[in-house]
Design a protein around this ligand. Structure first.
Ligand SMILES: [Zn+2]
Length: 399
């Protein structure tokens, strides 16, 4: 089998992968099923090495299959990236797959949380259990009876800390307790598409009881969604069943994307608040507008997914932008190389790229770029005018 193992631009090793048996080269592979292109991206110089034509279709098929199966993936309009557990990264070019929102990846996490939570509940141990034991003794000495005991447990539970933060202005240590979650609200900001988190908190960071009215902090924009995600993870501390996770995913998918789902969630929160209050205006006034902790489990899970997805997507979008620019460049060269018409141009490109790096190395024809033997200097051998290549590869559908 025709194979190459070093980068044609920097001559350094392209490394290997164990995920694709028929093509164990590279740690980052880019493929374009619509044009039949396959590259190994050098992780050292980030340049794109076009693969040999001979095995390309088989490998592209395998890449597509692995990409679909992979849980961790992000996509923009015409480029996507998946990270395989083995460490191989697949860059998929072309139209994104449907249902690209990779919510399934939360499945494991939520399921784990749920099992852990169930364990604590049945065994009656864990952090809460210990507090409750102490609380029970107090409850009995107070003579509260069973009802008093239940209230006490609830009260103690609500004093538990959801998260510790620093005040953005004073840098003072603050804590958000479970009781603050219900009163914290995520509401649309003044700028469309932006969110405001009105978060309740108490000063200090030690565990223990806090009385009086909680203070309120307002976060905006990215900070608001990031902190909301943290709080949501705490509100969802008992995870979710497969069914609930499934419902959460469907909720996001039915809206189309995580971002607009938040809008939907806030609307739903408001609808439920009004429904619960019924005709009682006092009840309505007492409840918190935009309280996310009061929502049904599947919506809460979906919010956590949506908020995390947002953050991760933003982080990876920068990388995808760079890849997209590199792809356009590589595609131009590939179109030429694959047509087998003008190897000189490929040669010129390689030379130019090498000069860019200031390296003096032997010029090697990119594999699959011409009919010269691997390692042999590229020579313009063809006199055929462009567009009339008689031996053009049948499987190549480039225009
Ligand atoms: Zn390289």
């Amino acid at each position: 089998m025709l194979m190459y193992s070093t980068c044609i631009f920097c001559n350094r090793s392209l490394d290997t992968n164990e995920a694709i048996e028929i093509f164990p080269v590279g740690r980052r592979i880019a493929f374009d099923g619509s044009k039949g292109r396959l590259w190994v991206i050098c992780r050292r110089c980030e340049r794109w090495n076009l693969s040999p034509l001979e095995i390309r279709w088989e490998v592209i098929e395998e890449c597509e299959r692995l990409f679909r199966e992979t849980r961790l993936r992000v996509s923009t309009d015409n480029i996507g990236m998946a990270k395989l557990p083995e460490g191989l990264e697949l860059v998929r070019l072309g139209r994104p797959l449907r249902g690209e929102f990779a919510a399934w990846r939360y499945g494991d996490q939520f399921g784990r949380r749920r099992r852990r939570s169930a364990m604590y509940t049945t065994a009656g141990v864990g952090a809460l259990g210990i507090v409750v034991v102490g609380g029970a003794a107090v409850g009995i000495s107070l003579g509260g009876g069973y009802w008093g005991y239940v209230q006490l447990v609830r009260w103690i539970a609500n004093e538990r800390i959801a998260t510790r933060l620093r005040h953005p202005d004073s840098d003072e240590k603050i804590k958000v307790q479970l009781k603050h979650l219900e009163k914290s609200r995520l509401v649309p900001g003044e700028t469309p598409g932006e969110w405001e988190l009105h978060m309740k908190y108490a000063r200090g960071c030690s565990s223990g009881f806090t009385g009086g009215d909680a203070d309120t902090l307002v976060y905006r924009g990215d900070d608001a969604t990031e902190i909301a995600g943290k709080l949501m993870a705490r509100a969802n501390r008992s995870g979710g069943s497969k069914k609930t996770i499934g419902q959460a995913v469907r909720r996001i998918e039915s809206v189309g994307n995580p971002e607009s789902f938040l809008t939907e969630a806030v609307r739903e929160s408001e609808r439920l608040r009004r429904e619960k209050a019924g005709d009682n205006p006092k009840k309505l006034e007492k409840s918190t507008e935009g309280s996310l902790a009061k929502l049904p489990g599947d919506i809460r899970l979906a919010i956590e997914m949506a908020v995390h997805e947002e953050g991760e997507r933003r982080a990876m979008e920068g990388e995808l932008d760079i890849l997209e620019a590199a792809w356009k460049n590589a595609e131009e060269i590939a179109a030429i190389a694959d047509s087998l018409l003008v190897p000189t141009e490929v040669d010129e490109f390689v030379t130019a790229e090498k000069e860019r790096e200031g390296a003096e190395r032997k010029i090697i024809v990119p594999a699959g770029a011409g009919s010269s033997a691997p390692g042999e200097p590229a020579v313009a051998q063809r006199s055929d005018p462009p567009g009339e290549a008689p031996d053009r590869s049948g499987s190549d559908e480039s225009e």
